[in-house]
Every structure is written in structure tokens, then in C-alpha cells.
Design a protein around this ligand. Structure first.
Ligand code: BV8
Ligand code: ZN
Length: 252
């Protein structure tokens, strides 16, 4: 984008935000890229030569649970070394402006929004920090402590799996319905750092437009146009760690 195009886009985005009663945000891996968390696209959807869908799936777990824990332990170790970036912090400041009329829906399992200080966060695909017991069902926040490739449940010594939504698995009803309500009720939807390919997460974008008196204004923040661009009323094309602070500043 030229500076003039970006300036005009920031003006339009800020105007819609200033007049918004309710704001919803949808983030993907791109918002954490500048923190050093690899995106799915950047790794061509592969991990150590395995298709992510093969590792992050019930079938992958049934085939080789050790490999699945190696995959998640590698990502836990990476996330333990990174910090939220300016994009995460700009969203914390925006939440302060709209308080309970602001909802941040994230596809990321890295926990960086919460670490940055965001409060109204819906982690619709789960979190790398949490484990779930296959015997007693208990969900435990293990932070970034090393877990090993066959961790046992602290309560019942049952087998633990990552408390993460795998491909082919449904999203938790309570979190997903809250996300749909937030997208349906918002006046402005910020779509940040996502390729908007994975469903049902990507369906939040058309949900923000349809079946309501006034369709939400969709603001896309990404390095490039995506599947979401067809719904976007304006695009801020550049690193979210730069675009979001600029947008916050423009809000005044
Ligand atoms: C289900 C947790 C049934 C795991 C994840 C409809 C149509 C087509 C397919 C489907 C459909 N419905 C269902 C499917 C199948 C599937 C799906 O969507 N497949 C895709 C591949 C086509 N969906 C499912 O399997 C879902 N479950 O349908 O179950 C069911 C239903 C009810 C009851 C029982 C069963 C579950 C989907 C969730 C899977 N889990 N994550 C883990 O992380 O290990 S999905 C995972 O991949 C992420 O969470 C995220 O959602 C997705 C990756 O996308 P992004 O985050 O957007 O990342 P990506 O790398 O793609 O893009 C990064 C973007 O950032 C790029 O645009 C880039 O330009 C930009 N960027 C980079 N740097 C920056 C930047 N932007 C700004 N600044 C920067 N610096
Ligand atoms: Zn247990």
C-alpha cells in the first residue's frame, strides 16, 4: 500500500471504530508472527515433514500419540521463549476503550493475547498451555512446564492429551456460541493475521454481515489480501505489529 492509500484506509477504519457500539476481533497466526511464532502458511502446513492436519487430528493421535506430543511439546517450547508484540498490546488498549462491548476471538493456541493482558478472549481452538485427561476429563493449565512425550494426569494418572481442537473435531459449544454471538452483534469486525481458510472460524466473517439490520464493517489487517478480503470494507495491508498501533493512534 502507498502511504496515501494507507492513510486513507486508516481514516476510514478509525471512523467506523469511533462510531462503533460493539467491536469483535478475529485473529490468526499472523498476529503472533512478529513474536517469533511460525504461521501455518509459512511452514507450508508442514511440521518435520508431517502435514499438520495429520499430526493435529484424532487419527494422528490414534496412529502415534508420541509423535503428536513431540509436535505440541516443540510448540510449547517455542511459545515459552516468545513475548507478545505491539499488535497484541494495541488490542489490549482497544479492549480498554470498549470494555465489555469488545470480544477477541482467536484461533491461536499460543496464549499470547492473554499474556499481553487481553481479558475478553475466546480461544476457540484451545490452548497449548492446557492438557485434558482422557480418563477423568480434567483440564489443567500447565503453563510452559516441560511435559514429556507421554504425560500422565496429576489427579488419576490417566493419559493426557493437548486441550486443543484438532482437525475433524468440533469446537467447544460454549466458546463457539459466544464467538458467533459476538460476531453477530458487532458493528465492526477486525480480521487480523488469518488466511480465513479454516472453518468454522472463518464463518464468523459472513456471520458479522448477515441476518442483521446493519451489516458490520469488516476491517482486514494482513500482509496480503486473503479469503476474507471479499467481505472486507477496508484493508490495512502490512505487519499487524505496525498496523494496529497506527490504527489505535488514529482513534485518538
Ligand atoms: C470440524 C488447533 C467437524 C490445532 C486448529 C468447510 C469448508 C472446508 C473445510 C471444512 C469446512 N468445515 C470443516 C472443514 C474441515 C476443517 C477445515 O477447515 N479444513 C481447512 C484446512 C480447509 N475444519 C475442521 O476440521 C474443524 N472441525 O469441522 O469438525 C465436527 C463438527 C461438529 C462436531 C464434530 C466434528 C476444526 C478446525 C480447527 C482445527 N484446529 N488449530 C493446532 O494449532 O495445533 S486450526 C489452525 O489452522 C489454526 O488455529 C487456524 O485456525 C488455522 C491456521 O490459519 P491461520 O491462523 O489463519 O494461519 P495461516 O498460517 O493459515 O495464515 C496466516 C496469515 O497471517 C496469512 O494470511 C499471512 O498473510 C498473515 N500474516 C503473516 N504474518 C503477518 C500476517 N498478518 C499480519 N501481520 C504479520 N506479521
Ligand atoms: Zn485424570
Amino acid at each position: 500500500m502507498t502511504d496515501a492509500e494507507l492513510d486513507a484506509a486508516l481514516d476510514r477504519a478509525a471512523h467506523w471504530l469511533r462510531t462503533a457500539e460493539r467491536v469483535c476481533v478475529l485473529t490468526g497466526a499472523g498476529v503472533s508472527a512478529e513474536s517469533g511464532v511460525p504461521t501455518f502458511r509459512a511452514s507450508d502446513g508442514l511440521w518435520e515433514g508431517h502435514r499438520i492436519e495429520d499430526v493435529a487430528s484424532p487419527d494422528g493421535w490414534d496412529r502415534n500419540p508420541l509423535l503428536v506430543w513431540q509436535f505440541y511439546n516443540a510448540r510449547r517450547a517455542n511459545v515459552a521463549t516468545v513475548k507478545p508484540n505491539a499488535g497484541h498490546f494495541a488490542l489490549v488498549a482497544m479492549e480498554d476503550r470498549w470494555s465489555d462491548r469488545f470480544t477477541l476471538v482467536t484461533q491461536n493456541v499460543d496464549g499470547l493475547h492473554l499474556e499481553a493482558g487481553s481479558r475478553r478472549v475466546l480461544e476457540i481452538h484451545g490452548s497449548l498451555r492446557q492438557t485434558r485427561c482422557l480418563t477423568c476429563g480434567s483440564v489443567t493449565n500447565r503453563g510452559s512446564e516441560p511435559l514429556g512425550d507421554a504425560p500422565e494426569c496429576p489427579q488419576c494418572r490417566g493419559r493426557l492429551r493437548p486441550h486443543i481442537v484438532w482437525f475433524g473435531e468440533g469446537l467447544p459449544d460454549d466458546v463457539w456460541s459466544a464467538a458467533m454471538v459476538a460476531a453477530h452483534e458487532c458493528d465492526v469486525l477486525l480480521v487480523i493475521g488469518t488466511s480465513a481458510v479454516v472453518h468454522p472460524a472463518a464463518s464468523l466473517i459472513p456471520i458479522s454481515k448477515r441476518h442483521k439490520a446493519v451489516p458490520a464493517k469488516v476491517i482486514e489487517v494482513n500482509l496480503t489480501p486473503t479469503e476474507a478480503s471479499a467481505y472486507a470494507d477496508v484493508g490495512l495491508y502490512g505487519p499487524s505489529g505496525e498496523m494496529l498501533p497506527k490504527l489505535l493512534q488514529r482513534l485518538g
